[in-house]
Ligand binder design. Structure first.
Ligand code: TTP
Length: 396
C-alpha cells in the first residue's frame, strides 16, 4: 500500500521544542519521531512512502534520503501549512494509480493494526479512549461502517477517536480539490473522509495502540513506548561496578562511570557520559553528548544533544532541550502537593497534562544557577537563565 506520511506541520503546541527543528524530527528513542511512523508503515507492508514536508523540510529529507529499509521514499512539498487535505493534495502528484493510505507523521501506530488498516478497502484507524470529547470521534452505522467524524462532541457518538490513519480509494485524490476552507481556516482531510463515508463501506479499524504526539508530555510518552521496545546492548564504555537493567542500550562512544545505576528502559547515546554515582530510572533518553554527572538522579526524562546536569541535581519527568545546562543542585519538582494533575501552558492556554508526575520543559541553551528549583509544569523559552538559588514557578 503506497502511504502518504504528513510531516509538514509546524508543531506549535510543542513549543519551545520545535523552535529549532520540526516536530517530526524530535527525538524518540534516539531517532526522529517520524522515522518510527515510517518504520511501522514499512513493517506493515507499505510499498512506497510519500513524505509531505514543509517547515524545515531539509532535516527530514536529509534523514531519509530516497529509501527506507528498501522501500522508496519520495517527497511532496506543502509550501504553506494550510491543512491536512492541502498536504495530501501536494502528495497526489507523486502517487501511483490505485488506493493510498495517509498517516499523520506525528503519531505512533502499532504495526499489526496498521496491517489491518492496509488489508481491505477504504478504512479509518481509530483508538478507544475513555473520554473522547476533545478528539474527532467516529460515528458508525448499524453495519459497523463509519458514517462520519464529529469534532470535539459534547455528546460523543462512540468512544472511538480518529487516529489520523486512512485508506482512500484512488478517486478520493480528485475530491481533495473540492474541499473548502473550514471555519478555522484550514483544508481538512476529514471532509474527504465524510464524502467517502456516504458510500457506506468505510471500515473502522480499531488500533491496539496509538499515540498522538502533539504536546511536550506526549513526547515523554512516545519515548516510554519506543524505549520500551529496545533490546539491551552495550557498545560503550561501562564501568565494571555500574549496574545496568535489562533494557538499557549504551551506544558506542558513550561512557557510564562507576557507581551508576541505570534501571531502564534507557538509551545512552554516543558521546554521552553518566556518573560517577548517578541514578537513571524510568524510561530515559540520554542524547548524544549529554552529561549526567556525579550524584545526579534522572527519572523518566529526555535529555537532548549536549544537555548537562553536572552534579547533585534531580531531573524528573522532563524534556530538556539541546545544550541546556543545569547548575549544581538544580531541583525539578514533578509532583503537586495536592496530588492533582500537573498543568502546563500550551499556546497560551492553561491545560492539564493528565499526569500526576510532570516536571519541566526546557528550551535549548537555557542555563540554571546553582541550587535553583524549577516548579512542576514550568516551560522555559530557549536561552532562558535562572539565578542561583532562584525558585521558578512561572514560565519564562
Ligand atoms: P496537527 O497536529 O494538527 O498540526 P501540527 O503538527 O502543525 O501541530 P500544531 O497544531 O501543534 O502546530 O497536524 C496533524 C498532522 O498533519 C501532523 O503530522 C502534521 C500534518 N500537517 C501537515 O502536514 N500539513 C498541514 O498543513 C497541517 C495543518 C498538518
Amino acid at each position: 500500500m503506497q502511504t502518504v506520511v504528513l510531516a509538514a506541520g509546524v508543531g506549535s503546541r510543542m513549543g519551545p521544542l520545535t523552535d529549532e527543528r520540526p516536530k517530526p524530527m524530535l527525538p524518540v528513542a534516539g531517532r526522529p519521531l517520524v522515522s518510527h511512523t515510517v518504520a511501522s508503515a514499512v513493517e506493515a507492508g507499505a510499498s512506497k512512502i510519500v513524505l509531505v514536508v514543509g517547515y524545515q523540510s531539509e532535516d527530514v529529507r536529509e534523514h531519509f534520503g530516497d529509501e527506507y529499509a528498501g522501500v522508496p521514499v519520495e517527497y511532496a512539498v506543502q509550501e504553506e501549512q494550510r491543512g491536512t487535505a492541502d498536504a495530501v493534495r501536494a502528495a497526489v502528484e507523486v502517487l501511483d494509480d490505485g488506493p493510498f493510505a495517509v498517516l499523520n507523521g506525528d503519531a505512533l501506530y502499532d504495526v499489526p493494526s496498521l496491517g489491518d488498516l492496509y488489508d481491505g478497502g477504504p478504512a479509518v484507524g481509530s483508538f478507544e479512549v475513555a473520554d473522547p470529547t476533545s478528539y474527532g470521534v467516529l460515528r458508525t452505522d448499524d453495519a459497523g461502517h463509519v458514517s462520519g467524524v464529529v469534532e470535539k462532541p459534547e455528546d460523543p457518538p462512540s468512544n472511538l477517536v480518529n487516529a489520523g490513519a486512512y485508506v482512500f480509494p484512488e478517486e478520493a485524490g480528485a475530491w481533495l480539490h473540492d474541499v473548502e476552507e473550514s471555519e478555522r481556516g484550514e483544508f481538512e482531510l476529514t471532509d474527504v473522509l465524510d464524502r467517502l463515508c456516504e458510500r457506506g463501506d468505510v471500515r473502522a479499524v480499531a488500533f491496539d495502540r496509538w499515540l498522538d504526539v502533539g504536546r511536550p508530555w506526549e513526547l515523554l510518552e512516545a519515548n516510554e513506548w519506543k524505549l520500551g521496545e529496545l533490546e539491551a546492548q552495550v557498545d560503550g564504555d561501562v564501568s565494571d561496578d555500574a549496574e545496568l537493567g535489562d533494557s538499557v542500550v549504551v551506544e558506542e562512544g558513550a561512557t557510564v562511570r562507576s557507581g551508576v545505576v541505570v534501571e531502564g528502559p534507557a538509551l545512552i547515546q554516543s558521546g554521552a557520559t553518566v556518573g560517577p554515582n548517578a541514578y537513571v530510572r524510568g524510561a530515559s533518553l540520554v542524547g548524544p553528548n549529554a552529561k549526567i554527572g556525579h550524584a545526579v538522579e534522572v527519572k523518566n526524562s529526555v535529555l537532548m544533544d549536549g544537555a548537562t546536569a553536572g552534579h547533585l541535581s534531580y531531573v524528573g519527568d522532563s524534556v530538556v532541550g539541546r545544550d541546556v545546562n543545569f547548575g549544581a543542585g538544580t531541583q525539578v519538582a514533578n509532583l503537586r502537593h495536592d496530588g492533582g494533575d500537573v498543568k502546563m501552558t500550551v499556546k497560551g492556554d492553561r491545560v492539564s497534562t493528565g499526569r500526576r508526575k510532570m516536571g519541566v520543559v526546557v528550551g535549548h541553551d537555557t542555563k540554571t544557577g546553582i541550587n535553583s528549583s524549577l516548579d512542576a509544569g514550568v516551560v522555559f523559552s530557549p536561552g532562558s537563565t535562572v539565578e542561583p538559588g532562584e525558585s521558578v514557578t512561572r514560565d519564562r
